[in-house]
Design a protein around this ligand. Structure first.
Ligand SMILES: NC(=O)C1=CN([C@@H]2O[C@H](COP(=O)(O)OP(=O)(O)OC[C@H]3O[C@@H](n4cnc5c(N)ncnc54)[C@H](O)[C@@H]3O)[C@@H](O)[C@H]2O)C=CC1
Ligand SMILES: Nc1nc(=O)c2c([nH]1)NC[C@@H]1CN(c3ccc(C(=O)N[C@@H](CCC(=O)O)C(=O)O)cc3)CN21
Length: 284
């Protein structure tokens, strides 16, 4: 069943995200993680593409395994900022060949030394969304930013671009990670005011360490509630205690979102299935 249909038929939709490891030698570990995640019966699993600027390219292979071996819907991410038409056509061909019906259409992080070439026809996610709409019957997801995108000059503009993406044929949105649920509720209110009508899954990233969260907040601009800052400081040198309290915080976020009627929750597992398990055990 396509992810579009899952959102039509089920609420809440529970999904996970994994990333292909940087080193080929570590690929086996991601398959082990998938095995554990599958046992938690998610509605779909997404697989990042070049996340955080990396150059991995095992996305379709891993997404195909999830779909064809486990019969669970997979959602490969596709980024376009460094792509040319041939790479996108080849990716679309590979997705169809592997019976993958869904794609998360993204612009992607701009690499540090990136200089646009003539053969880079894609500048924003919407360019990729249009290409996928033209080239097949995909269920298309896109990214949304409850606290605004880092590069965008105003909330107004960010919402305007979001509307354009949705109008171009997006079936569901997955939000950037956030730690403050109120920012998500304010964002949903703004979407409603602007009559942007689309299913929205809330992106939740469990805290693994202080350094991981530092990296993420500079990458995404997520704000940290005082409660999280205190937790990070108090347990900085007690990894097990930190993990325990982090799972509790994420589980609280998820419970609160579900009690507010969220369409879905997307857990950025960072390839740590035990953390996803901890959260779901707390809420189920
Ligand atoms: N690699 C991966 O798997 C993932 C990457 N991301 C990150 O999400 C971010 C960007 O991705 P998207 O949201 O898909 O990009 P996007 O193209 O929708 O937006 C990127 C920026 O451009 C602006 N923008 C959008 N459309 C525009 C237009 N038509 N004209 C002018 N400005 C426009 C937006 O306001 C935003 O500031 C990146 O930081 C990306 O790496 C997020 C999730 C997963
Ligand atoms: N700006 C942005 N880029 C993204 O790629 C992204 C977001 N935001 N928000 C949501 C998720 C979170 N994602 C992430 C975030 C961090 C890593 C990361 O730290 N990767 C490590 C690899 C670690 C390893 O191989 O074990 C890295 O060093 O790149 C991966 C995916 C992908 N997504």
């Amino acid at each position: 069943m396509s992810i579009k249909k899952i959102f039509q038929q089920k609420k809440p939709v529970i999904s996970f995200e994994i990333f292909p490891p940087k080193k080929d030698a570590d690929v086996a570990t991601v398959y082990k993680s998938i095995d554990q995640l599958v046992s938690l019966k998610p509605d779909f699993i997404s697989v990042t593409y070049g996340a955080a600027g990396s150059k991995d390219n095992k996305t379709i292979e891993i997404a195909s395994f999830i779909k064809n071996y486990y019969q669970i819907e997979s959602l490969p991410h596709m980024t376009c900022i460094t792509a040319d038409k041939n790479r996108i056509s080849e990716n679309i061909y590979q997705l169809k060949k592997n019976h993958i019906d869904n794609v998360l259409a993204l612009r992607g992080d701009i690499p540090k030394d990136f200089i646009a070439q003539k053969h880079n026809p894609y500048h924003h996610a919407i360019d990729l969304i249009r290409e996928f709409r033209k080239k097949g019957d995909f269920s298309i997801g896109a990214a949304a930013y409850p606290e605004g995108h880092m590069e965008c000059e105003s909330e107004e503009k960010d919402l305007q671009y979001l509307r354009e993406k949705v109008d171009a044929g997006v079936d569901f949105l997955i939000t950037q990670l956030f730690f403050d649920n109120d920012s998500f509720y304010r964002f949903l209110d703004q979407m409603e005011k602007k009559q942007i009508d689309c299913k929205v899954s809330a992106g939740i990233m469990p805290i693994l360490s202080k350094s991981q969260i530092e990296k993420m907040i500079f990458m995404c601009g997520a704000s940290l509630p005082a409660k999280v800052v205190k937790l990070l400081t108090k347990y900085e040198y007690q990894p097990e205690e930190l993990r325990k309290h982090a799972i509790e915080y994420a589980a609280w976020q998820v419970e609160d979102l579900l009690s507010h009627g969220a369409d879905g929750v997307h857990i950025y597992t960072m390839n740590h299935p035990e953390v996803a398990k901890g959260i779901l055990n707390r809420i189920r």
